[in-house]
Design a binder for this molecule. Structure first.
Ligand code: ZN
Length: 194
Protein backbone atom coordinates (compact mmCIF):
# COMPACT_ATOMS: atom_id res chain seq x y z
CA UNK A 1 0.00 0.00 0.00
CA UNK A 2 1.77 3.19 -1.14
CA UNK A 3 1.86 6.17 1.19
CA UNK A 4 0.89 4.31 4.33
CA UNK A 5 1.06 6.58 7.37
CA UNK A 6 0.53 4.74 10.64
CA UNK A 7 -0.65 7.42 13.03
CA UNK A 8 -2.01 6.51 16.42
CA UNK A 9 -1.71 10.08 17.74
CA UNK A 10 -4.78 11.40 15.95
CA UNK A 11 -7.29 10.22 18.50
CA UNK A 12 -5.66 7.98 21.11
CA UNK A 13 -8.71 8.05 23.38
CA UNK A 14 -10.98 6.83 20.60
CA UNK A 15 -12.95 3.65 21.16
CA UNK A 16 -12.15 2.92 17.53
CA UNK A 17 -8.49 2.23 18.38
CA UNK A 18 -5.48 3.67 16.57
CA UNK A 19 -6.13 5.45 13.29
CA UNK A 20 -4.13 4.57 10.20
CA UNK A 21 -4.30 6.95 7.24
CA UNK A 22 -3.55 5.50 3.81
CA UNK A 23 -2.99 7.72 0.80
CA UNK A 24 -3.96 6.30 -2.56
CA UNK A 25 -2.82 7.68 -5.90
CA UNK A 26 -5.81 6.04 -7.58
CA UNK A 27 -8.26 7.69 -5.22
CA UNK A 28 -9.34 11.13 -6.51
CA UNK A 29 -12.50 12.28 -4.81
CA UNK A 30 -13.52 9.73 -2.23
CA UNK A 31 -12.65 9.11 1.40
CA UNK A 32 -13.41 5.77 3.03
CA UNK A 33 -13.11 4.69 6.65
CA UNK A 34 -13.49 1.24 8.14
CA UNK A 35 -12.43 -0.92 11.05
CA UNK A 36 -9.71 -3.53 10.58
CA UNK A 37 -8.14 -5.70 13.30
CA UNK A 38 -8.81 -3.25 16.12
CA UNK A 39 -7.65 -0.21 14.10
CA UNK A 40 -9.51 2.40 12.13
CA UNK A 41 -8.28 2.75 8.55
CA UNK A 42 -9.01 5.92 6.58
CA UNK A 43 -8.32 5.91 2.83
CA UNK A 44 -7.76 9.36 1.33
CA UNK A 45 -6.66 10.73 -2.06
CA UNK A 46 -2.86 11.14 -2.37
CA UNK A 47 -3.36 14.80 -3.35
CA UNK A 48 -4.86 15.80 0.01
CA UNK A 49 -3.09 18.58 1.92
CA UNK A 50 -2.30 17.99 5.61
CA UNK A 51 -5.23 20.26 6.51
CA UNK A 52 -7.61 18.29 4.31
CA UNK A 53 -6.30 15.07 5.83
CA UNK A 54 -6.93 16.30 9.38
CA UNK A 55 -10.41 17.52 8.55
CA UNK A 56 -11.50 14.36 6.75
CA UNK A 57 -9.94 11.93 9.20
CA UNK A 58 -11.70 13.68 12.11
CA UNK A 59 -14.98 13.67 10.21
CA UNK A 60 -14.80 10.01 9.18
CA UNK A 61 -13.73 8.80 12.64
CA UNK A 62 -16.64 10.72 14.20
CA UNK A 63 -19.02 9.20 11.68
CA UNK A 64 -17.78 5.64 12.32
CA UNK A 65 -18.06 6.20 16.06
CA UNK A 66 -21.63 7.41 15.79
CA UNK A 67 -22.57 4.47 13.61
CA UNK A 68 -20.93 1.90 15.88
CA UNK A 69 -22.58 3.36 18.96
CA UNK A 70 -25.96 3.30 17.26
CA UNK A 71 -25.52 -0.31 16.20
CA UNK A 72 -24.19 -1.36 19.60
CA UNK A 73 -27.35 -0.02 21.16
CA UNK A 74 -29.62 -1.63 18.59
CA UNK A 75 -27.92 -5.03 18.80
CA UNK A 76 -27.92 -4.94 22.60
CA UNK A 77 -25.75 -6.74 25.12
CA UNK A 78 -25.16 -10.39 26.00
CA UNK A 79 -28.63 -10.77 27.55
CA UNK A 80 -30.27 -9.63 24.33
CA UNK A 81 -28.04 -12.01 22.41
CA UNK A 82 -29.10 -14.93 24.61
CA UNK A 83 -32.78 -14.04 24.14
CA UNK A 84 -32.23 -13.87 20.40
CA UNK A 85 -30.49 -17.26 20.39
CA UNK A 86 -33.35 -18.87 22.37
CA UNK A 87 -35.94 -17.45 19.97
CA UNK A 88 -33.98 -18.71 16.94
CA UNK A 89 -33.64 -22.17 18.51
CA UNK A 90 -37.41 -22.27 19.09
CA UNK A 91 -38.20 -21.02 15.59
CA UNK A 92 -35.82 -23.16 13.56
CA UNK A 93 -34.36 -25.96 15.70
CA UNK A 94 -37.47 -27.10 17.64
CA UNK A 95 -35.92 -25.53 20.75
CA UNK A 96 -33.46 -28.47 20.86
CA UNK A 97 -30.36 -26.25 20.98
CA UNK A 98 -30.10 -24.83 24.52
CA UNK A 99 -27.02 -22.65 24.93
CA UNK A 100 -25.68 -22.14 28.47
CA UNK A 101 -24.17 -18.78 27.52
CA UNK A 102 -24.10 -16.52 24.47
CA UNK A 103 -21.85 -13.48 24.42
CA UNK A 104 -20.11 -10.91 22.26
CA UNK A 105 -16.30 -11.12 22.10
CA UNK A 106 -13.78 -8.63 20.72
CA UNK A 107 -10.88 -11.05 20.22
CA UNK A 108 -12.22 -12.98 17.23
CA UNK A 109 -10.95 -11.28 14.11
CA UNK A 110 -11.02 -14.28 11.80
CA UNK A 111 -14.03 -16.25 12.95
CA UNK A 112 -17.55 -14.84 13.03
CA UNK A 113 -18.64 -17.17 15.78
CA UNK A 114 -17.50 -20.11 17.84
CA UNK A 115 -19.07 -22.71 20.05
CA UNK A 116 -17.94 -25.12 22.76
CA UNK A 117 -20.51 -27.96 22.75
CA UNK A 118 -19.03 -29.42 25.98
CA UNK A 119 -20.15 -26.44 28.08
CA UNK A 120 -22.82 -25.03 25.74
CA UNK A 121 -21.09 -21.68 25.30
CA UNK A 122 -21.40 -19.58 22.14
CA UNK A 123 -19.33 -16.53 21.25
CA UNK A 124 -20.01 -14.03 18.46
CA UNK A 125 -17.40 -11.65 17.07
CA UNK A 126 -18.34 -8.05 17.81
CA UNK A 127 -17.48 -7.32 14.16
CA UNK A 128 -20.95 -8.71 13.43
CA UNK A 129 -22.55 -5.80 15.28
CA UNK A 130 -22.14 -3.65 12.21
CA UNK A 131 -23.81 -6.19 9.94
CA UNK A 132 -27.47 -6.76 9.05
CA UNK A 133 -29.61 -8.58 11.65
CA UNK A 134 -30.25 -11.56 9.34
CA UNK A 135 -26.47 -12.13 9.16
CA UNK A 136 -26.13 -12.07 12.97
CA UNK A 137 -29.06 -14.50 13.18
CA UNK A 138 -27.43 -16.82 10.67
CA UNK A 139 -24.21 -16.99 12.73
CA UNK A 140 -26.29 -17.66 15.86
CA UNK A 141 -28.20 -20.47 14.11
CA UNK A 142 -24.88 -21.86 12.82
CA UNK A 143 -23.41 -21.98 16.33
CA UNK A 144 -26.67 -23.29 17.84
CA UNK A 145 -26.65 -26.12 15.29
CA UNK A 146 -23.14 -27.00 16.49
CA UNK A 147 -24.63 -27.71 19.93
CA UNK A 148 -26.58 -30.49 18.18
CA UNK A 149 -23.96 -31.53 15.62
CA UNK A 150 -20.31 -30.60 16.14
CA UNK A 151 -19.07 -31.48 12.64
CA UNK A 152 -19.73 -29.59 9.40
CA UNK A 153 -21.46 -32.67 7.96
CA UNK A 154 -24.69 -33.18 6.01
CA UNK A 155 -26.80 -33.35 9.19
CA UNK A 156 -25.30 -30.06 10.39
CA UNK A 157 -25.99 -28.22 7.13
CA UNK A 158 -29.54 -29.59 7.04
CA UNK A 159 -30.11 -28.01 10.47
CA UNK A 160 -28.61 -24.68 9.35
CA UNK A 161 -30.74 -24.72 6.18
CA UNK A 162 -33.87 -24.53 8.33
CA UNK A 163 -33.03 -20.85 8.79
CA UNK A 164 -34.60 -19.35 5.64
CA UNK A 165 -31.90 -16.70 5.07
CA UNK A 166 -28.90 -19.00 5.61
CA UNK A 167 -27.82 -18.98 1.96
CA UNK A 168 -28.17 -15.21 1.63
CA UNK A 169 -26.23 -14.60 4.87
CA UNK A 170 -23.40 -16.91 3.81
CA UNK A 171 -23.17 -14.99 0.55
CA UNK A 172 -22.99 -11.71 2.48
CA UNK A 173 -20.17 -12.98 4.74
CA UNK A 174 -18.23 -14.39 1.77
CA UNK A 175 -18.52 -10.98 0.13
CA UNK A 176 -17.16 -9.27 3.26
CA UNK A 177 -14.24 -11.70 3.43
CA UNK A 178 -13.23 -11.37 -0.21
CA UNK A 179 -13.56 -7.58 -0.10
CA UNK A 180 -11.31 -7.47 2.97
CA UNK A 181 -8.75 -9.50 1.06
CA UNK A 182 -8.85 -6.75 -1.60
CA UNK A 183 -8.46 -4.03 1.04
CA UNK A 184 -12.01 -2.72 0.61
CA UNK A 185 -14.69 -2.66 3.25
CA UNK A 186 -18.22 -3.10 1.86
CA UNK A 187 -19.66 -2.28 5.26
CA UNK A 188 -17.93 1.10 5.28
CA UNK A 189 -19.19 3.69 2.88
CA UNK A 190 -17.35 5.97 0.52
CA UNK A 191 -17.76 9.66 1.19
CA UNK A 192 -17.51 11.96 -1.77
CA UNK A 193 -15.00 14.74 -1.21
CA UNK A 194 -16.50 18.08 -2.09
ZN1 ZN B 1 -19.27 -24.16 12.02
Amino acid sequence: MPGTTPDSSLDPASALGPVEVRRSARRRRTVTAYRESGRTVVLIPAAFTPAEERRWVAQMVAKLQTREERRRRSMGGDDDLMARARALSEAHLDGAARPASVRWVDNQQRRWGSCTPADGSIRLSSRLRTMPAYVVDYVLVHELAHLLEAAHDARFWALVARYPQAERARGFLEGVESARADGVDPAGDDDLVD
